[in-house]
Design a protein around this ligand. Structure first.
Ligand code: RNT
Ligand code: ZN
Length: 415
């Protein structure tokens, strides 16, 4: 133990916090690392352009071009991020060799190498059907498309992916999160708002009609306020999915880039937890819009982490990351965002929540404000450093030199 940790441990003990217990608890929280930061959401289908109203901007060299490179990059990132992890996959990351299988026909075997990868590293796996970057999504409509044939394709795709998620859960003994996000919407004011939502509702009902053991699979639905090219109307709005999940027993996924700019996900978490067993998150950082910037250690991230910890809901909030920055080293982007997520959880665990709650309930808002502000300069960094040391991961910016070396040795050769 370093002198600084010794001292921090005493300071936190004086406000009733056991830093050793916190470190242990923090380490066990699984955060899902999104594979798509590694290749700008390209996937392995070589299907051309990213569509669906989302965008990865930048042309930093070294992006992973295939499964082998993506796995190597993930390994590098994981070696520099402390804690328990899952890897979040999309359907487009199926590993198929020469045969080309259409998305509605995907099978567990097309993800067997990922299961092997996860098993060897003690990781969980999550899955997402991919309802974009595909000719049948070119109209900007998928599960809500008025054409029955197009809806059928996407329904079958989503069904196939649930079976793959079940396979992940069964093989790994860690529940898989299957998240459905669709880009559907209209650029201009629609004449019919309820019709597409009714079609989406019916499609989801069919997709979820097959019972799958919740030990293996949990289904989540992700809403959005708008996307590029679909500015006027989004079929899968927040109200749509919140009501859908509440009545169908699936789980809402809140992406903090998917709300109006002054609306915060941290405030939604406790409300959701009162009405549903679980809530899922896509943690991201929107700059002026749902820009999916790398997650930084900012106030809203800390507030999200505080709500998870305060509500004693570490096992009820499914935390996943979702951002894609192509303008900086992509492996570093993973590391920065994932370390920040865990730092935020740590900082939340180092707060004496019961004491602050008592101040609130007794109306002592002076003490509450004073304490909240003083806590900000408590030696949180010393506890983080100790945690990293115990995990054999560099603290502070020590990891950056390794990434620079990886860039020189590996990434720069990808031309
Ligand atoms: C898009 C959603 C969705 C995607 C990923 C790739 O706005 O946030 O979650 O980012 O599925
Ligand atoms: Zn998302």
């Amino acid at each position: 133990m370093t002198e600084r940790y010794e001292s921090a441990k005493k300071i936190y003990a004086s406000i009733g916090i056991d830093t050793d217990a916190v470190i242990e608890k923090l380490d066990s929280v699984r955060v899902s690392l999104h594979c798509w930061q590694g290749d700008d959401v390209s996937g392995f289908e070589s299907s051309g352009e990213l569509s669906g109203g989302i965008q990865a901007t930048g042309n930093y060299p070294g992006k992973a071009r295939n499964a082998e490179e993506l796995m190597a990059d993930l390994d590098k990132a994981l070696s520099l991020i402390p804690g328990a992890h899952k890897i979040n996959l999309h359907a487009t990351y199926a590993i198929m060799g020469d045969e080309k299988v259409s998305r509605d026909k995907l099978l567990p075997e097309h993800f067997a190498p990922w299961v092997e990868f996860a098993k060897q590293r003690g990781l969980g796996l999550d899955i997402n059907p991919t309802l974009f970057s595909h000719p049948l999504a070119a109209d900007g409509l998928t599960l809500s498309h008025p054409d029955e044939k197009i809806r059928r394709f996407w329904i079958d795709h989503c069904k196939a992916m649930r079976k793959i998620g079940e396979y992940f859960g069964r093989e790994l003994g860690i529940t898989c999160v299957n998240n459905i996000w669709i880009p559907d919407g209209y650029k201009d004011v629609p004449a019919d708002r309820i019709g597409p939502r009714k079609r989406l509702m019916d499609a989801l009902d069919e997709i979820l009609s097959e019972h799958i053991d919740p030990k293996y699979l949990v289904d989540t639905v992700e809403s959005k306020v708008f996307g590029i090219g679909v500015e006027s109307y989004t079929v899968g709005s927040h109200e749509f999915y919140m009501n859908y999940a509440a009545t169908r027993g699936c789980v809402c996924l809140l992406d903090n880039g998917h709300y109006h700019p002054t609306e915060v996900v941290s405030d939604k978490i406790p409300s959701m937890l009162l009405f549903s067993d679980k809530v899922a998150l896509h943690v991201t950082r929107g700059v002026r819009w749902d820009s999916d910037h790398v997650v930084t250690f900012d106030d809203e991230l800390k507030e999200i982490a505080k709500e998870i910890v305060r509500c004693d809901a570490l096992d009820r909030v499914l935390i996943g990351l979702d951002y894609f920055d192509a303008s900086i080293n992509r492996v570093a982007a993973w590391i920065i965002g994932a370390r920040n997520m865990r730092k935020a959880l740590l900082s939340a665990m180092l707060i004496p929540h019961a004491q602050l709650k008592d101040m609130q309930d007794s109306g002592d808002f002076t003490s509450l404000l004073a304490m909240t502000e003083e806590l900000k300069l408590y030696p949180f960094g010393d506890v983080w450093e100790e945690y990293c040391a115990r995990k054999g991961v560099p603290a502070r910016e020590g990891w950056l030199a390794e990434i620079k070396k990886y860039e020189a040795d590996e990434l720069s050769k990808r031309v």
